[in-house]
Design a protein around this ligand. Structure first.
Ligand code: FAD
Length: 505
């Protein structure tokens, strides 16, 4: 007999083996199969914080469900997947499982070599514009917290989690309500996916940038990789939101590109212990590092926090000379001293100042350059204390919260970087959010700018068959405007792989 049991509750100090005993009581037999389907922390009542589980159990071994793949009957196509981020990697792995051997091209480096370039920027302010936090194996999310929660509700999301598990992600991501892999684990998972592609007949090329493409009679005929022409049948554009030169190339080739709204703002840092106290009360030590997600409608522009990294670091995420971009990451243990999160405000099309399809890119670039100038033109980031930001004053000292951003910070007012409408929306949101999370707008909390690459500023239009007006070209993932975050981007990679495989089945 197989059972699913909901709402099983454990106190933070209680052991999970107690759940097996509960199952055996219900089964009236020893458990031969036991699986946690869901585990989430209920901290709404600080005097009664508890873990809530859904589990599956049986008195028999349960076989894993089998998945059906297409059988490719037509000749093997030359399928090129551009970008080894979550969208491209998951697309390539899924194509292989259907019997199509993809060529995965990535402008950046292998994850281990890329790590050295990221370290060089953090330690010595040396930016490699082709190998950084945005570009390289694993894509933008590699140096991240690896949060896998998504607001999309697709059955593919479960497949993404299972694929991550298959390639070595921690087992907890299979059931935690807010799963995260951690940057330390993510890079191993990414490398394992690459090895799988290579061992199963696919090809992976690094330092390989899509620089052009050709079509004949409305169909893709060839691509140029680093300027060298190759014939191609299928092309997946899993290029991420920072591939500005590739957007320009596609626009010049007549692809339909639309403006897309996004959000900009800053990273806000607090002590992780302050967030723990605010969320859990005094007994927070035994619980996982606390997180939060806040929304404010205190002004006409919505402001919200996202990509909250408990125990994390603010990281340099620029990919262009002369610009400063920040983002956040943490390791699996989330054991850093600070908590950080993006505090961002919606940018509207009227802010872009022109109807050009890439006007959003120009808007981002302007902020990134202003941040670079304001902080001393050496990839240090501008910082300001929340109290000073709220009183329109410059900051001169840090309190308890020391910024974690490397290669370093310079005091500079955010008012000199952002348009007034963004500044006033953040100023309205901070006290409002403080009402929801005590201490959020505490004077000494640190703002670091600029968080400008929250999502893609464009959408590359695709039809219901997921192709552009040029048959055989598939815009995919976050950069093309079809996802946001690791899980939904990976799911879009699966979706595109299914569409291609169906064509050849
Ligand atoms: C520091 C940081 C932390 C983040 N944390 C999280 C998190 O915790 N959870 C979450 O869900 N999301 C997080 N994100 C966002 C997440 O990384 C993205 O949503 C996700 O990576 C998008 O996946 P993608 O495959 O569509 O694009 P990307 O991951 O951006 O991958 C695109 C790839 O394409 C390559 N490329 C671009 N142009 C070309 C070209 N012309 N030729 C060849 N290759 C090209 C790039 O080098 C890049 O590797 C974070 C992002 C950053 C930067």
């Amino acid at each position: 007999m197989k059972l699913v049991l909901n709402n099983l509750v454990l106190k933070p100090h209680e052991k999970e083996k107690f759940l097996v005993k509960l199952c055996e009581k219900k089964l009236r037999a020893p458990c031969a199969y036991f699986k946690i389907l869901k585990k989430s922390l209920d901290a709404r009542d600080k005097s009664n914080i508890k873990w809530v589980y859904t589990v599956e159990c049986s008195d028999r071994e349960e076989p894993a469900p089998a998945r059906n793949y297409f059988r490719i009957t037509k000749p093997q196509p030359k399928a090129i997947v551009v970008g080894a981020g979550p969208a491209g990697l998951f697309c390539a792995v899924r194509l292989l499982r259907h019997g199509i051997r993809p060529i995965l091209i990535e402008r950046g480096k292998r994850v281990d070599e890329r790590e050295r370039d990221v370290a060089l920027l953090r330690a010595q302010s040396v930016l490699n514009t082709e190998s950084n936090i945005q570009f390289g194996e694993g894509g933008a999310g590699t140096f991240s917290d690896g949060k896998l929660n998504t607001q999309t509700n697709s059955p593919l999301n479960r497949e993404v989690i299972e694929t991550f598990l298959e390639f070595g992600a921690p087992k907890e991501i299979g059931y935690l309500g807010k799963p995260h892999i951690g940057s330390d684990n993510l890079k191993n998972v990414v490398a394992a996916m690459r090895e799988y592609i290579l061992q199963n007949g696919g090809e992976v090329r690094f330092g390989a940038k899509l620089t052009d493409l050709e079509s004949r009679d409305g169909k893709l005929s060839a691509v140029k990789i680093n300027g060298v022409r190759e014939e191609a049948d299928e092309l997946v554009l899993a290029i991420g939101h920072s591939a500005r030169d590739t957007f320009e190339m596609l626009l010049s080739r007549g692809f339909l590109i639309e403006q897309k709204e996004f959000a900009v703002g800053v990273r806000i840092e607090h002590l992780q212990s302050s967030i723990g106290r605010a969320q859990y009360g005094s007994g927070y030590a035994a619980l996982p590092p606390a997180d939060y997600k806040l929304v404010s409608h205190a002004s006409e522009r919505a402001a919200f926090t996202f990509c909250m990294c408990p125990g994390g670091f603010v990281v340099p995420s620029a990919s262009e000379e002369g610009g400063v971009v920040v983002n956040g990451m943490s390791n699996f243990a989330r054991d850093g001293r600070n908590a950080n999160s993006a505090l961002v405000v919606q940018v509207k099309r009227e802010d872009f100042g022109s109807g050009h399809p890439l006007a959003g890119v120009a808007f981002q670039r302007k902020l990134e350059r202003a941040a670079y100038e304001a902080a001393g033109k050496n990839y240090r980031a501008p910082v300001q204390l929340v109290g000073d930001f709220l009183s329109n004053r410059e900051s001169y000292y840090f309190g308890e919260v020391k910024p974690s951003y490397e290669p370093g910070v310079s005091f500079a007012p955010m008012q000199a970087i952002f348009p007034p409408a963004i500044v006033s929306a953040m100023q309205a949101a901070l006290p409002d959010m403080n009402g929801k999370l005590t201490g959020f707008s505490a004077y000494e909390s640190v703002l670091t700018g600029v968080e400008s690459r929250t999502s893609s500023p464009v959408r590359i239009v695709r039809g219901e068959d997921l192709q552009t007006g040029v048959a055989g070209v598939y815009p995919c993932g976050e950069g093309c405007g079809y996802s946001g975050g690791i899980t939904s981007s990976a799911a879009d990679g699966l979706r595109v792989a299914e569409a291609i495989a169906k064509k050849y089945a």
